[in-house]
Design a protein around this ligand. Structure first.
Ligand SMILES: Cc1cc2nc3c(=O)[nH]c(=O)nc-3n(C[C@H](O)[C@H](O)[C@H](O)COP(=O)(O)OP(=O)(O)OC[C@H]3O[C@@H](n4cnc5c(N)ncnc54)[C@H](O)[C@@H]3O)c2cc1C
Length: 468
């Protein structure tokens, strides 16, 4: 944590997702003049919320925490909302060729009929072998598919692992490094509570937006300027200080944090005098996938299982999950809430197709998967799409991660595509928001000149429906 400084600086945070909000909060707490610019009408980034027709708050994209997500839990404590975070027992069902199988406990894995008994045992042993490897570094240059085929056998890998890799990484599925999968398996195992067979997943009473609301309250109380619906298109430099073009006007800062995708930084800073073709290439060489999601509510339950993972390569979506099955229908006010989603390339038709056509496709998929589902059960549905939802962690990724301190003087970069080998997540967004705030502090301590106070903007804090 940063100690209050006597020489307050003027700092812009561009991007109001969990990384940007964490950094903004830390820097405001340290006494700096912070301004947060967010392109979307609401703060929260990929965790931004929406409301059902009766006002019940939800995330547009499903979110949960592991018991080991210590940075998120720490931030919840600091913001006074730890008591609203509960960890609920989770459950998983696997779908394969029209059948569904329990997939939560080792015993259920042993009963997973699509694999021969030998392959079931081998799959269990593959999990144990991965857990016994204490160091992920040697795995960074091996693809998960290659490693799994060797250890688990091709047949079992094609039935168990390949559909999961394809679902999460689409056309890049066979490029993903084993170091990423190693971390996923380790996180899931270590987050299990001793003596319990199933894992527990965390969810906030009131949804994740209560954290966004608390950050916005704290920022407002410290005089920060909060500007939703303000995309920043030009990162430049004026008289040796980083400057942003905001509402057509150039404004100087002592430091600027881009808590935005690396590709967005490359675009915004393309005319910055210190931008080089090499740095631009580093930023744009990161491949991102988009995500298409649909949230539906029904008047009857469809399932009592939280997570349904799909092991059929021709399935129309990756995941179907039931929020009320995780947190209990008593915590959703009697509502049955489901998320259906898929990761696809940003130019895939799912990212632009008409919402009704998407509904039609996914309802048909649900009818095939779960005979319990009928369209007349649906009481409301909401379609959301996210560009840059997941980055591709291939075998060269580790050597291509941009530093948080950029070569553009006074500019910093923090986003989920710097997270490695862990899967990106809110926990690492908070960790990296804290880290970049500390780096900014250190750098400001070495650069004592400050942008004059009369360059301060006169824009009042304008939250509007910022977190809703
Ligand atoms: C489908 C899905 C499910 C997920 N599930 C989980 C989960 O269960 N648990 C978990 O912990 N994590 C989960 N995550 C990951 C988690 O949401 C992210 O890791 C985290 O939110 C990243 O935060 P961020 O601030 O780095 O990025 P973002 O949330 O992407 O924030 C970046 C912000 O920058 C803004 N921006 C971009 N360009 C500009 C510009 N030029 N000017 C101004 N603003 C700009 C964007 O609008 C955005 O709000 C999930 C993600 C997805 C997509």
């Amino acid at each position: 944590m940063i100690e209050p400084t006597s020489t307050a600086a003027r700092i812009a945070v561009v991007g109001g997702g969990f990384t940007g909000l964490t950094a903004a909060y830390e820097l405001a707490k340290a006494g700096h003049h912070v301004e947060v610019y967010e392109a979307a009408p609401t703060f929260g980034g990929l965790v931004a919320g929406f409301e059902l027709e009766d006002g019940f708050p939800l995330e547009r994209a499903y979110h949960f925490l592991y018991t080991t997500d210590k940075w998120m839990i720490g931030m919840a404590e600091e913001l006074g909302i730890r008591d609203r975070l509960s960890f609920h027992p989770s459950s998983i069902k696997a779908f394969h060729e029209g059948e569904r199988y329990g997939f939560t406990t080792p015993l259920e894995l042993l009963r997973f009929k699509p694999l021969s008994l030998i392959d079931r045992i081998r799959t269990g042993l593959t999990g144990l072998r991965t857990l016994s490897l204490k160091n992920w570094q040697p795995l960074t240059t091996v693809t998960a598919y290659e490693w799994l085929c060797k250890v688990n056998g091709k047949k079992a890998t094609d039935i168990v692992w390949k559909p999961l890799l394809m679902g999460k990484f689409d056309v890049y599925w066979d490029k993903v490094t084993m170091a990423w999968l190693w971390t996923r398996i380790h996180v899931r195992q270590t987050s299990k509570i001793k003596g319990e067979q199933t894992e527990r997943l965390g969810y906030f009473e009131g949804g994740f937006r209560i954290m966004v609301d608390r950050w916005l309250e704290e920022l407002t109380a410290r005089g920060a300027v909060l500007r939703p619906s303000t995309p920043i298109q030009a990162f430049t430099e004026v008289e040796g200080k980083p400057a942003l073009v905001i509402d057509g006007e150039e404004r100087r800062f002592d430091a600027v944090l881009g808590a935005i995708p690396s590709t967005a930084l490359a675009r915004a800073a393309k005319d910055h005098p210190a931008m080089t073709p090499e740095y631009s290439k580093l930023l744009t060489d990161i491949d991102y996938l988009g995500a298409a999601l649909m949230v539906i509510t029904t008047d009857r339950p469809i399932t009592d299982v939280y997570w349904h993972q799909i092991h059929d390569l021709d399935a129309p979506f990756l995941v179907f999950l039931s929020l009320d099955s995780l947190i209990g229908v008593e915590n959703t006010g009697g509502r049955y809430i489901y998320y259906i989603g898929d990761y696809v390339q940003n130019d895939d038709e799912l990212m632009t197709m008409d919402e009704d056509a998407l509904r039609e496709r996914w309802y048909a998929g649900l009818e095939k998967l779960l005979p319990e589902f009928t369209r007349d059960m649906v009481t409301e549905s909401h379609v959301f799409r996210f560009r840059n939802a997941q980055h591709i962690v291939d075998v060269t990724f580790q050597s291509r991660i941009p530093e948080m301190k950029t070569p553009l003087p006074g500019y910093f970069l923090a986003n989920f595509a710097q997270v490695f080998p862990e899967d990106r997540g809110t926990n690492y967004a908070v960790r990296d928001g804290l880290k970049v705030a500390e780096l900014i502090e250190e750098s400001l301590a070495q650069e004592p000149t400050r942008v004059a106070r009369d360059e301060a903007p006169t824009i009042p804090a304008d939250l509007g429906s910022a977190a809703s």
